[in-house]
Design a protein around this ligand. Structure first.
Ligand code: BGC
Length: 511
């Protein structure tokens, strides 16, 4: 479809009538009217939606108010303060629990179509377990937030789990205890019952890879366990079943009446082959399958990617394990998990080169040696403030093209994309980051026909950046964390994003 770009260039200076004819031509070629129009003008299609995202623990504060119980991030920050840079914690964070109306006003100023936020499980069901009491004050907070959004013409898009497990469930084994599947289903059902009349887009989990690998594999996230190559796989196995159960619960009991849609948010980097060799191409594909396919393949096709099954089975056997470290789904489970998505969501931040390497030492039990590729950046790629985070905008276009090809052209939501710095209101580099990423996305939509319908910027405002505390800032609004009132101030990127949303355009040609 690159010819469309060519046509675009050649007709840019022509008359409206000519454009009109071209729209027809492209329409006849098979594009929708909207996309044909957009292809000519290089604008986002009329039905494309823009939003911003946040997460409960990162912004809400009020960690022990109105009946909320402790969650695993409260716990680790309180019990092991050095887990986080500067011993920061989310006790108050942006204080959004008390300032949600102000936050909705900020969203309105930016002009977003939707707001992706997450619900704190321990605020809604403090004891965590199935059948335990629902905390009405916690539910009311989210009902009020949802109503405020709707009153302001902003669609609520809800993540049910963004890493803040009730500590009571962690005490029972967290994501390693299969009983959590029923606890999670009870929580999900409670949310559909209480909020499903107004919420039409649900996401069961945010970045399950971080829950399982960060929480149980490399230990960078709460609860901070390091059993890589074992517990990260066990956690995933249980979490995927919890996802599927929440999906089926919606399907069977709520969808007909509530008419919403439901999916899961998975993150990936783009893996670019380090050379044209078949081996490096294989390494890059393996990187994508281990990172994104680990979750996406079960959800779309019912089981882990074949390359994961083969490699982990083989290495486990050579290591003397009686069974593979990668647990097996039964045929029934495969059927149950398969197809549990109404859209495919992706969080994209950066990319890397991938190179084939000799097989790792067989005694090394880890996710990394199961994956066994070398990843490294190009010296020419630009840095963000943390130097390990390279700006690789074209990787976003390649990622969505890969998703289209690998998972049979699904509807795709970009559910996060954002840039960290250390502060400042004139955040030109964030503007550059957004512009380049949205531009890569626009090309994928217009030139390659990838079905991406939403873009979500991370984040509305600076917030608690997990292990990095408040030291790294992703917001379009700055928050003064020294001031008890947590005042918010717009950065230049807020006005820029508003301009993109208003014009649906990234470049000067359609301004
Ligand atoms: C997470 C966010 C986080 C962001 C920036 C994403 O992986 O979903 O919670 O703040 O990355 O690190």
């Amino acid at each position: 479809m690159h010819y469309i770009k060519f046509l675009h260039l050649s007709v840019l200076q022509q008359t409206d009538t000519m454009n009109y004819k071209l729209v027809w031509l492209l329409y006849l070629y098979g594009l929708t009217f909207e996309n044909a129009n957009a292809a000519i003008n290089r604008t986002f299609p009329a039905n494309f939606k823009f939003g911003v995202a946040t997460a409960s623990y990162q912004i809400e504060g009020a960690w022990n108010e109105d009946g909320k119980s402790e969650n695993i991030w409260d716990h680790i920050c309180h019990e092991n303060p050095t887990f986080v840079v500067n011993q920061d914690n989310g006790d108050i964070a942006c204080d959004s629990y008390h300032k949600y109306k102000e936050d909705v006003a900020l969203l309105k100023d930016i002009g977003v179509d939707f707001y992706r936020f997450s619900i704190s499980w321990s605020r809604v069901i403090p004891e965590g377990v199935a059948g335990s009491p629902v905390n009405q004050l916690g539910i009311d907070y989210y009902k009020n937030l949802v109503q405020e959004l709707i009153d302001n013409g902003i669609e609520p898009m809800v993540t049910m789990y963004h890493w803040d497990l009730p500590e009571a469930l962690q005490d029972l084994g967290g994501w390693l205890n299969p009983e959590i599947i029923d606890h999670y289903a009870y929580y999900a059902k409670t949310l559909y019952e209480e909020l499903g009349d107004s919420v039409k887009h649900w996401m069961t989990f945010n970045e399950p890879k971080q829950t399982c690998m960060g929480g149980y594999g490399d230990g960078n996230m709460a609860p901070g366990y390091n059993f890589t190559g074992l517990e990260d796989y066990q956690c995933t196995h249980i979490l995927l079943k919890a996802h599927a159960k929440a999906y089926h619960t919606y399907d069977e009991e709520f969808r007909a009446e509530q008419q919403g849609s439901i999916g899961i948010v998975m993150d990936t980097a783009w893996f670019e082959p380090a050379s044209d060799s078949d081996q490096d191409k294989e390494a890059a594909e393996r990187g994508l399958q281990f990172m994104y396919g680990w979750f996406a393949n079960p959800i779309v096709n019912g089981n882990y990617p074949q390359v994961m099954i083969d490699r982990i089975d083989e290495r486990s056997a050579a290591q003397g394990y009686a069974v593979s470290r990668l647990p097996k789904f039964t045929d029934e489970e495969i059927e149950y998990i398969k197809g549990t998505h109404d859209f495919v969501a992706v969080n994209y931040y950066s990319g890397t080169y991938a190179q084939w390497i000799e097989e790792a030492d067989i005694n090394d039990v880890s996710y990394n040696s199961d994956l066994n590729i070398l990843v490294f950046p190009d010296d020419d790629w630009e840095d963000t403030e943390p130097p390990w985070f390279k700006i690789v905008p074209w990787g976003l276009g390649k990622t969505v093209n890969w998703i289209r090809k690998t998972y049979n052209n699904p509807e795709i939501f970009i559910t996060e994309n954002g840039y960290p710095d250390v502060g400042g209101l004139q955040d030109d580099k964030r503007i550059y980051f957004y512009k380049e990423h949205m531009s890569s996305l626009l090309e994928a939509i217009l030139d390659d026909g990838v079905n991406v319908t939403r873009y979500t910027a991370w984040s509305l405002m600076d917030n608690f950046e997990w292990g990095l505390g408040y030291s790294k800032k992703y917001g379009m609004y700055s928050v003064d964390f020294e001031d008890p009132d947590r005042p918010r101030t717009p950065k230049a990127s807020a006005a820029y994003y508003n301009q993109v949303i208003t014009t649906r355009c990234l470049v000067d040609v359609c301004e």
